[in-house]
Design a protein around this ligand. Structure first.
Ligand SMILES: Cc1ncc(COP(=O)(O)O)c(C=O)c1O
Length: 382
């Protein structure tokens, strides 16, 4: 059996249809979209078609979509530029956000630009919305940054509920939707939200490209100064093939969403059932085992204490299984997951994030279960 890839929250395999759409923009259609001659115009129209297609899928206006180098840049732009433009002095986030949000806000707090508050979470990592309201009612105009779907534990927030609370207190609301974009529909006509983001490589598009949705009511300062690209919001020659590939990937994601959601949910349920049946003492972090109410792509598993837990990811890797201990974005650093830390997960347990995608199969799940069953048949500490 070929290697098994269960790390789709880190990144996904490029869809072949997407690759075919991108190839001509790497070869014959190579013009600079800012050039006014025919080579340039042809590429400019490909970018604007991509913008329109993405906007249509999200029920937004093309003028609300700005292309970026990925999720991190989109998050940084929303946070830094809204705080700067509106001279905000306070922000609220949660300790389980992605570092693209957390480190950006912490940097601004350290510089004394803002005061930063953290919303309370329960033991499952769920946001305490009553505490959010309490914070909003006592602070000056605030930026709220709360992610839609957590990349490590799969918790989801109710975007509509949070956006209504933010509206009530005249707060600016940014949501990091990197993990839900292309996996759930986002209807921006029905949501009162200022900023959401997408990263193409999380939905079978190319790496190094993403977008920021900026609600038309907001006119924020640019993040990258330079040429007049992206209507003066982001200088720099556009990642043309990336943008066109991203639009195609999102189109496919929306087209096939129901089928993929059903397929992936079945895989996740199978994994949960088999883990429970084969590994005594296994538990699940956050909401991820609540199949109906969590990100269907993510399962965060907590294995019982074992002498081999330190080597768990290594042993899975040797057994031809690619998965992740926390968020792969920080792998290589030796720091434990800040998300699991915020949940007070017992340090002696072995934590693995399995994240599923449309190319995974039931046979792969069964193989992973066989490997894990063998690992935990020995060495489990009393
Ligand atoms: C929730 C979340 N936000 C932001 C990012 C960063 O996106 P990118 O890698 O495109 O910069 C990631 C990537 O793992 C993510 O999972």
């Amino acid at each position: 059996m070929p290697r098994i890839y269960l790390d789709n929250a880190a990144t996904t395999r490029l869809d072949d249809e997407v690759l075919q759409t991108m190839l001509p923009l790497m070869t014959e259609n190579f013009g600079n979209p800012s050039s006014i001659h025919a080579h340039g115009r042809q590429v400019r129209s490909a970018i604007e078609r991509a913008r329109k297609n993405i906007a249509n899928l999200l029920n937004a206006s093309p003028s609300e979509i700005f292309f970026t180098s990925g999720g991190t840049e989109a998050d940084n732009t929303a946070i830094i530029c809204s705080i700067d433009t509106y001279q905000l002095k306070h922000a609220i986030t949660s300790p389980t956000e992605h570092h693209a949000v957390l480190h950006t806000l912490e940097h601004l707090a350290k510089q004394g630009v803002i005061e930063l508050s953290y919303v309370k979470l329960d033991e499952k990592g769920r946001v305490d919305v009553a505490h959010l309201e309490e914070l909003l009612s006592t602070k000056p105009r605030t930026l709220v940054s709360l992610m839609h779907g957590n990349n490590e534990i799969g918790n989801l927030i109710d975007l509509k509920q949070v956006s209504e609370i933010c509206k009530k207190y005249n707060a600016i609301f940014h949501s990091d939707t990197v993990q839900t974009m292309g996996h759930y529909t986002h209807n921006l006509q029905e949501l009162s939200i200022d900023f959401i983001v997408g990263a193409a490589h999380k939905f079978h598009g190319p790496k190094g490209v993403g977008f920021l949705y900026i609600n038309a009511n907001n006119k924020i300062h640019p993040f990258i100064h330079g040429g007049s690209q992206e209507r003066n919001m982001r200088g720099g020659t556009e990642n043309v093939y990336g943008i066109v590939g991203m639009a195609k990937a999102l189109e496919i994601a929306y087209r096939d969403m129901e089928a993929h959601k059903n397929h992936i949910t079945r895989l996740k349920s199978r994994m949960i059932e088999k883990l429970k049946a084969n590994i005594p003492g296994v538990t699940f972090n956050g909401d991820s085992a609540d199949v109906e109410n969590s990100l269907y792509t993510v399962l965060s598993v907590s294995f019982p204490p074992s002498e081999d837990n330190d080597m768990l990811l290594f042993n899975l890797d040797i057994a031809q299984i690619s998965c992740s201990g926390g968020s792969a974005c920080s792998s290589g650093t030796d720091v434990g997951s800040h998300v699991l830390g915020a949940l007070n997960v017992h340090p002696g347990r072995g934590n693995v994030r399995f994240s599923f995608g449309k190319y995974n199969t039931e046979e792969e799940v069964d193989k992973v279960i066989d490997v894990l069953t063998e690992i935990y048949a020995k060495n489990v500490l009393a």
